[in-house]
Design a binder for this molecule. Structure first.
Ligand code: ADP
Ligand code: MG
Ligand code: ZN
Length: 532
């Protein structure tokens, strides 16, 4: 703050940015910037707002230039949060940045401006590339480095008891040339039970989607901002409300998901995996094994039935049987069931199985799953990898890769009953990724049991699926090179020589059971990173 001087030479008297500054920016963005400057006049006195660099559901991010005291110019990212964001939520985001940010690949914060319900978080600007634009040209070495740095950021925030909840490439900035990385966007972060972030503690934490209809008092704001330990500035001008609800992502060049709703339901899917059959999944609250009704359902005989314990007027939970499963109508019994509630913020394709199944206790392992999905995307060259509008479709997509029996077993471990209308075998991750990359013909993408020869290796792999995994350090590190690698298409970016360690780590990240899923600290110790 000390070295920053107010730079007004490009700001008109009304606070708006002079149009001469704006190159190639649309009218819409131009007026948005003007509105922002009116809403937070202090901002325009300090920064020359050059362009809009990001837009999500809860914020718009702009590039701003400030002239420093020594005459140099510095670039900043100005994150304008939607005015309906809950003050505690905003303060919690700031607190994550101030307490954990600025090191270990986690973005820091410089200042914060507020005028009435408009808040702008000022961060150092980091030039970065969108993964969707570069995924096709990344080398394996770049991917390995990317994952290493992502895991470092995760280890760091998890040490503070921060669950990010929205780990995806858009929130992990990557400057390919400078090889720099930064985790951003703590807008959905939650605290673990022993979090060090005061505002993420259960007593203060607010749901991320709550909106305040009344304007928060200045005193409340001051108290909250004080807790965030960030230099804050407030201005006294009147506000103008702006709406930021468009999604820039949709304007980007069309991504090619491996999965989409269509892939699962139509027969002309291009996915090289066995996703062509229609798969139906259903979530049921667990009932005691041995109960007649549950056995009847799981065996699939006598017409499928959904069994869920319901509260009777005496308060005793009793299972109620219905026959609406796989029919077009939801029966009254099902309609009267109480909704299960559990946190589910985040981006659908990156949600862990325990989120999709509404498991109420979720921990830092959910970020590890998302890191696994990113790794899967980078190894296969497909982004986004999973794309589903509905949690059960998302779960079915996961099953297609990780196997339905494995998913059912893992869900049982965290207290959920998942039913799948047909069995989907677990896929060999190497074969899957190499096939999607075009390294091998698509006929190779077969379930593990069919692609792997009957060797002791298979026995070990099968066992690894069925028993809880030991600590990664105790795993056999003498991984043998794939017998099928010789036939791969030669690739200068190293995609024909991906070591087994990469797929081993991927398998550990995409562990369906959060209790045995690898932690960030353990992942950094993985043999894949031994030289880093
Ligand atoms: P949202 O909650 O709206 O997703 P983010 O904090 O993720 O907001 O920011 C949205 C986008 O803005 C990011 O994906 C990134 O492209 C850009 N961005 C955010 N912070 C920075 C920064 N410090 N430097 C450069 N770009 C940034
Ligand atoms: Mg974001
Ligand atoms: Zn029913």
């Amino acid at each position: 703050m000390d070295s920053l001087v107010i730079c007004t030479d490009n700001v008109a008297t009304d606070g708006s940015v002079k149009s001469t500054n704006k190159k190639n920016i649309s009218r819409d963005v131009e007026s948005e910037i003007e509105n922002l400057c009116k809403a937070v006049p202090q901002l325009a006195k300090t920064f020359r707002i050059i362009e809009k660099i990001g837009e999500g559901t809860f914020s718009s991010v702009y590039l701003g230039e400030a002239r420093m005291r020594d005459g140099s110019r510095e670039m900043f990212a100005l994150k304008h949060l939607i005015p309906t964001s809950h003050p505690t939520r905003i303060a919690a985001e700031l607190q994550c940045l101030t307490v954990a940010g600025g090191r270990e690949n986690v973005m820091g914060v410089e200042y914060c401006f507020r005028n009435e319900d408009h808040v702008v978080i000022v961060m150092p600007y980091m030039e970065h590339q969108a993964i969707v634009d570069i995924i096709g040209s990344l080398s394996f070495e770049e991917v390995r480095l990317y994952m290493y740095h992502l895991l470092k950021a995760l280890r760091h925030i998890h040490q503070f008891g921060i669950i990010h909840r929205d780990i995806k490439p858009n929130n992990f900035l990557y400057n390919r040339k400078a090889k720099t990385f930064a985790l951003v966007d703590f807008g959905l972060a939650q605290g673990t039970s022993n979090t060090q972030i005061e505002l993420l503690k259960p007593s203060t934490a607010h749901p991320p989607f709550s909106s305040s209809t009344t304007t928060t008092s200045s005193a409340t704001w001051k108290a909250l901002m004080k807790k965030t330990r960030v230099v804050t500035t407030t201005a006294g001008a009147s506000t103008s409300r702006t709406k930021h609800t468009k999604d820039l992502v949709a304007l980007r060049k069309a991504p090619r998901p491996v999965f989409s709703e269509k892939n699962l339901n139509s027969s002309n899917s291009t996915a090289a995996t066995t996703t062509k059959r229609e798969v139906k999944t259903q979530l049921v609250k667990p009932v005691k094994t041995g109960e007649l009704s549950s056995r009847r359902f799981l065996s699939g005989r006598g017409g499928p039935a959904t069994v869920r314990p319901l509260k009777t007027h005496r308060g005793v939970r009793q299972p109620l049987i219905c026959n609406c499963f796989q029919t077009e109508r939801v029966c009254n019994i099902c309609l009267s069931r109480k909704q299960q509630v559990a946190p589910r913020a985040g981006t659908p394709g990156f949600r862990a199985p325990e989120i999709l199944t509404k498991c109420p206790d979720q921990g830092t392992a959910i970020d590890m799953w998302s890191a696994g999905v990113i790794f899967l995307s980078l190894l296969s060259g497909r982004y986004p990898f999973f794309k589903a509008s509905d949690d059960l479709v998302a779960l079915a997509q996961i099953m297609t890769i990780r196997g339905s029996r494995e998913t059912v077993r893992a869900a049982k471990a965290f207290g959920k009953v998942v039913l799948c209308s047909q069995e989907l075998p677990q896929l060999d991750l190497r074969v899957l990724c190499e096939t999607l990359r075009g390294q091998r013909p698509s006929k190779d993408a077969k379930p593990i049991s069919k692609t792997k020869p009957e060797t002791t290796d298979e026995g070990a792999q099968k066992q690894a699926c069925e028993t809880p995994r030991p600590h990664p350090k105790s795993r056999d590190k003498t991984l043998k090179p794939s017998s099928q690698r010789d036939c791969l298409v030669h690739d200068e970016r190293g995609w024909d020589t991906v070591p087994d360690e990469a797929y081993d780590l991927l398998d550990l990240l995409l562990d369906l059971n959060p209790n045995s899923r690898i932690t960030a600290a353990q992942a950094l110790e993985h043999p894949l990173f031994k030289d880093l």
